[in-house]
Design a protein around this ligand. Structure first.
Ligand SMILES: [Zn+2]
Length: 248
């Protein structure tokens, strides 16, 4: 079967065009859930990053409370030792209390320095947390409108596919069953493309198959120019035709 004689070349070419268009619509429809998932993932990631910022702020606030508590304890220690200072008679005990007080004061100074650093970090973390929350809110709005647009386009695509399939089935019903079977068998094994236009390289003048892009033998080059016939590609077995032959 190196050549398929039929008066339905133009009808089959047209059917292939319809099927190719349905394939393209179907591919676009398949992209919609992928895009929706990507949108939702980006939003969830942003929410996670906002939660992390909130958690960091909380941890700093806990650290601040802890420092305040320990400062109060150090102050209490200082006051206690100062009261005791008034009661002791012995020089050694007096000296010991004084050094206790010095130690407490040093601890208190260190804690106060730490608290200041924590306060600075809290300011930064609060700014970051606010920015993250604003971004989440903004992204939520963007996501909702983009998701709505995608869902609308999915509905349009589904309707277009349904209409195109109906139109295609009507066109297929007019083609003789033998030729249609041949067409469907090749289409099933060749990624949906059974009928391919052969094309000429303007530089070399050589023709190639529009399906597999292998160059044609001189005999095939003669065959594709015949009226009311498809030349079968020696490489991919697709049905080849020439645009100028079916249009001319
Ligand atoms: Zn081919």
């Amino acid at each position: 079967m190196e050549i398929v004689h039929t008066t339905e070349v133009r009808a089959l070419v047209e059917l292939q065009r319809k099927d190719t268009a349905i394939g393209a619509l179907t591919a676009r429809a398949a992209e919609v859930p992928v895009k929706l998932a990507a949108l939702r993932k980006a939003f969830e990631d942003k929410k996670l990053s906002m939660a992390a910022a909130k958690e960091a702020l909380c941890a700093l606030q806990v650290a601040k409370k802890d420092a305040e508590l320990r400062i109060a304890e150090a102050e209490e220690g200082i006051r206690k030792h100062q009261r005791e200072l008034n009661l002791v008679k012995e020089n050694d005990a007096f000296k010991a209390l004084l050094s206790e007080i010095e130690r407490d004061k040093a601890v208190k100074d260190e804690l106060e320095t730490r608290e200041l650093l924590i306060l600075e970090e809290i300011d930064k973390a609060a700014v970051l947390e606010k920015a993250e929350a604003a971004e989440v809110k903004k992204l939520e709005g963007v996501m909702n409108s983009e998701a709505a647009a995608l869902e609308a386009s999915a509905a349009e695509l589904a309707a277009a596919i349904e209409a195109a399939k109906k139109d295609r089935d009507e066109a297929a019903a007019d083609i003789s069953p033998d030729l249609l079977d041949k067409y469907e068998a090749i289409r099933a094994s060749r990624a949906g493309l059974a009928v391919a236009a052969a094309y000429q390289d303007p530089a070399t003048g050589k023709y190639s198959c529009g399906g597999c892009h292998m160059s044609l033998t001189p005999q095939k080059t003669v065959d594709i120019k015949k009226q009311d016939a498809f030349a079968v590609c020696a490489d991919c077995r697709r049905l080849m035709f020439l645009e100028q032959t079916i249009n001319g």
